[in-house]
Design a protein around this ligand. Sequence first.
Ligand SMILES: [Zn+2]
Length: 127
Amino acid sequence: MSDKQEYIAKLEKAISQKYGDTTINNPKRFWNEDKEKEYINQSQEEQRKFAKLAESQDKVEQDGFLINKKLLNRDHNRTCPVCHKYSFRPKDDLYMNKFEACFKCYIQYVEDREERWATGWRPNEEE
Ligand SMILES: [Zn+2]
């Protein structure tokens, strides 16, 4: 093996350790510094695009939910009027907006009794 071949073999080994075998087995995708830069630029570009898209839709991801950014800033909607618990969970946010109760209170007081709730009935503070 010539020095050059040995160098290439070492390089390929290093690349395969870093990026997996497919990179080497596919000559078109042979990895080098330029390609790496290009790849990083592309993924940064994609992230920017995604961030811009998310911004334009006014949605942000939280706990795997896409929720409206404005809701995040509406702190008064984060305290359940029924149990007075403060919640950051988008699920609670949803029920809070719709029923003025967190998810737990919805299950406990509202579910299957939506009409009573809609007329303004609320559980006693002591309960
Ligand atoms: Zn509650």
